[in-house]
Design a protein around this ligand. Structure first.
Ligand SMILES: [Fe+2]
Ligand SMILES: [Fe+2]
Length: 281
C-alpha cells in the first residue's frame, strides 16, 4: 500500500502555471557554458534537446487518463502539471536554439522525436505511456533535487542558464507526483510501472549518451582524454551523479513507493519566497 502520509503531502502541493520568459541573450553565451567544460555542457544540451517533445508526451499520457480521475484536487493538479510542462517545453526550445547556433543538430533531433511521439501514441497502449511518464518524472525529480541541493551540480553554469535549470528543477519537484497519482488511480499495476522503469533506464541513458556523443564528436572533443576524465568525475566522483542519485532511484522499485516519500517541500517554500512576483498562466 502506498504511504498515506506521502499521499496527503501530495494533495497539499500547489502547482501554479508560472509565465516565464528568460529572453536569453544567445550571442553572449559561451559554447561551454557549464564551467567551460565540454562534457558537462554537452550532457545538459543532450537533456534539453529531449525536453520539449518529451514533455508533450507526458502531457498526452496524463490527458489520456484524465477521464478516469474523480478527485477534484488531482484534476486541479493535472491542470497545473500541463501548464508547467508546456512552459518548460517553450523555454527549453529557446535553449535548444542556442544549441543549433553552436552547431549541434538540436532542431533535427526535435523533429525526429516529434514523429516518434506521434507514432508511439498510436501503437503503445496508453497505460504503458503513463508508466513511462511516471518513470521519467522520477528521473527528473531526483535530478532536480540535486540541482537544488548540491552546489556542485550548478557550480560554473552561466547565470542565464542556471536560472532556467533551477526554475525547471523547482517545478519538476512541485509536480513530481502528478503522473504517479494519476497512474495509481487509473492503472495501478506495479509490474507495468517497474517494466517501464527498467525500459526507460536503458533507453533514456542510451539516448542521452548517444546525443551527447554526437555533440562531442562534432566539436572534435569525443576522443580527448580530458573529456572522459571530466565525464568520469561527473558521474562517479562524490557527490557525482551516480553516488548522489542511486538510492533515490532504487526507491522507485518498492511496491509502496510514492514520490513524496522524498519530502523536499522546504525547497519549494524557499524558492517561492525568493521568486514571489511571477505571473501565472
Ligand atoms: Fe518539465
Ligand atoms: Fe515533469
Amino acid at each position: 500500500m502506498i504511504n498515506p502520509h506521502s499521499k496527503r503531502i501530495s494533495a497539499e502541493i500547489n502547482i501554479p502555471g508560472r509565465k516565464m520568459d528568460f529572453g536569453f541573450n544567445l550571442a553572449a553565451l559561451p559554447k561551454y557554458w557549464y564551467g567551460n567544460d565540454a562534457f558537462k555542457s554537452t550532457y545538459m544540451g543532450a537533456l534539453s534537446c529531449q525536453f520539449p517533445e518529451g514533455e508533450r508526451m507526458f502531457m498526452d499520457a496524463v490527458r489520456d487518463h484524465q477521464d478516469k480521475i474523480s478527485d477534484p484536487r488531482l484534476l486541479e493538479q493535472i491542470k497545473g502539471f500541463i501548464k508547467q510542462e508546456a512552459m518548460h517545453g517553450h523555454e527549453h526550445s529557446q535553449f535548444n536554439k542556442f544549441l543549433d547556433t553552436v552547431g549541434y543538430p538540436a532542431s533535427k533531433y526535435e523533429a525526429f522525436q516529434k514523429k516518434e511521439r506521434i507514432w508511439m501514441r498510436k501503437v503503445i497502449p496508453a497505460k504503458h505511456m503513463l508508466a513511462v511518464t511516471c518513470a521519467l518524472e522520477h528521473f527528473t525529480a531526483i535530478m532536480a533535487h540535486q540541482v537544488l541541493t548540491n552546489p556542485e551540480a550548478t557550480e560554473g553554469m552561466d547565470e542565464q542558464f542556471k536560472e532556467l535549470w533551477k526554475w525547471h528543477a523547482i517545478e519538476e519537484t512541485e509536480h513530481k507526483a502528478v503522473a504517479f497519482d494519476v497512474y495509481q488511480e487509473a492503472v495501478g499495476s506495479y509490474w507495468i510501472r517497474i517494466f517501464a522503469m527498467i525500459n526507460i533506464t536503458i533507453m533514456f541513458t542510451a539516448r542521452t549518451s548517444f546525443l551527447q556523443m554526437i555533440f562531442l564528436w562534432k566539436d572534435g572533443q569525443l576522443f580527448k582524454p580530458s573529456t572522459w576524465f571530466s565525464g568520469f568525475k561527473f558521474y562517479f566522483k562524490k557527490p557525482g551523479m551516480v553516488p548522489s542519485l542511486w538510492r533515490d532511484y532504487i526507491d522507485y522499485f518498492r511496491r509502496d513507493f510514492h514520490p513524496w516519500d522524498h519530502d523536499n517541500r522546504e525547497l519549494l517554500d524557499q524558492w517561492n519566497e525568493e521568486h514571489s512576483n511571477f505571473k501565472t498562466i
